[in-house]
Design a protein around this ligand. Structure first.
Ligand code: AMP
Length: 397
């Protein structure tokens, strides 16, 4: 793998695609800076070599033109503090000002470019736009795992302008190494824990996992579509009616492949979607009309915990319930604790992927107790589905 370790950046201007798409509150304070912190080792290595750094990223989903709320200027102060230097800013990612600021950059200095997605050409993968960005630096580095599944101008097309001078940053290398451990070299028993709202988002992943895992645990909102497909009553719980047939097919496929699928056996139900709702425990498939399942129940926790604690490889994507509400977080918390226990006591390799599982594990303060928490949501899922990520291919080609 071609990483920044293979380059001496002395007197070079490194153009780094980072993923600084961090959540901001209404006063533009960063509420989770993990993605920024994760990019620091690559930046520091280049500065220590005697190079300079030009950072490019997207933030949020602007509609193709400048929007103040999506300006990267909001993160400039935090970035400067993290790097302990004054980061310069170009309020347009291309054009005369960006070109001038990039040209004037001295070794040891850092320039942050304005949001790439203020140009619709970014997401379109426009070659001319990529070429304009490419002119700003001597070397291209991709350290944005979170967007590696997109063939955008700055994540993929731009690499064509750097036939030899292109490298993976440390975060990308680390993400790929950890994902690869799960994809091809997983120690057995291998258990995947799938949760979250929708079956439809995870079908391809579940299908590809059936060839790899020994156990597949399914919880969260998507478990109710399985319960209904099996003839259960699910009240007003989340349902994707058009996926019921598919759920049954997945169960059949799992059986044929010898994969042990575990679905919740009980569930915590509520009379409304509210932390203060009335709640009670019932067996799966026995939810009264007008009630909804918002978490897995204690019997499911015991069942799942047992399998998790005996696993040697764990992949967790998606919460077991509405963990954002304190009264419905117990299932997700218990599963997080079981993953931690397997990591510590059974020497298991545990990979937590996807935005919501990462947010859950962070909420419980257990981020450092598992083997690796990925910064990628969609990118990790697509990698696990066996797809070649455009951002990775662009460097490897
Ligand atoms: P996803 O983005 O598909 O991983 O889904 C994560 C979201 O699913 C979180 O915001 C959870 O609150 C939500 N979720 C999990 N379980 C349930 C459930 N039983 N009912 C409604 N939403 C759920």
């Amino acid at each position: 793998m071609k990483t920044v370790d293979q380059c001496d950046f002395k007197d070079k201007k490194a153009l780094i695609r980072v993923d600084f798409n961090v959540p901001l509150d209404k006063d533009f304070n960063i509420t989770d800076d993990k993605r920024m912190r994760a990019a620091l080792p690559t930046i520091t290595k280049i500065l220590n070599d005697g190079g300079s750094v030009i950072l490019m990223s997207h933030l949020g989903r602007p509609k193709g033109g400048p929007e103040d709320k999506y300006s990267l200027k909001h993160i400039l102060g935090d970035l400067s503090r993290m790097l302990d230097l004054e980061v310069k800013f170009a309020d347009d990612c291309i054009g005369a000002d960006a070109a001038e600021k990039a040209k004037d950059l001295e070794p040891g200095q850092v320039l942050l470019l304005e949001n790439l997605r203020f140009y619709k050409e970014e997401e379109k993968g426009d070659k001319e736009f990529a070429g304009k960005l490419a002119k700003l630096g001597d070397v291209y580095v991709n350290d944005a795992f979170g967007t590696a599944h997109r063939a955008h101008a700055s994540t993929s097309i731009i690499a064509e302008f750097f036939p030899t001078e292109k490298y993976f940053g440390y975060l990308m290398a680390e993400e790929l190494k950890n994902a690869e451990k799960i994809n091809n070299n997983a120690d057995k028993p291998f258990t995947a824990i799938m949760g979250g709202a929708k079956v439809s988002d995870k079908i391809l992943l579940i299908e590809s996992l059936l060839d790899k895992v020994d156990n597949l645990i399914i919880g969260g909102g998507m478990a109710y579509t399985f319960a209904k497909a099996q003839g259960g009553e699910i009240g007003t719980s989340l349902l994707e009616a058009d996926r019921m047939e598919l759920c049954l097919e997945l169960l059949e496929k799992a059986k044929a492949k010898g994969v042990n699928i575990l679905l919740p056996v009980d569930t915590v139900i509520a009379d409304k979607f509210d932390n203060e709702a009335q709640k009670k425990n019932v067996d799966s498939g026995q939810i009264p009309a007008d009630w909804m399942g918002l978490d897995i129940g204690p019997k499911s926790v015991d069942l799942f915990t047992d399998v998790i604690k005996n696993s040697k490889t764990l992949l967790w994507n998606g919460p077991m319930g509405v963990f954002e509400m304190a009264n419905f977080e117990q299932g997700t918390r218990a599963i997080a604790e079981a993953v931690v226990a397997a990591t510590k006591e059974n020497d298991a390799f545990s990979l937590i992927g996807g935005g919501d599982s990462a947010a859950a594990i962070a909420k419980f303060g257990l981020e450092d107790e598992v083997s690796y928490v990925s910064t990628g949501g969609g990118a990790l899922l697509e990698y696990m589905e066996g797809k070649e990520l455009p951002g990775v291919k662009a460097i490897n080609d």
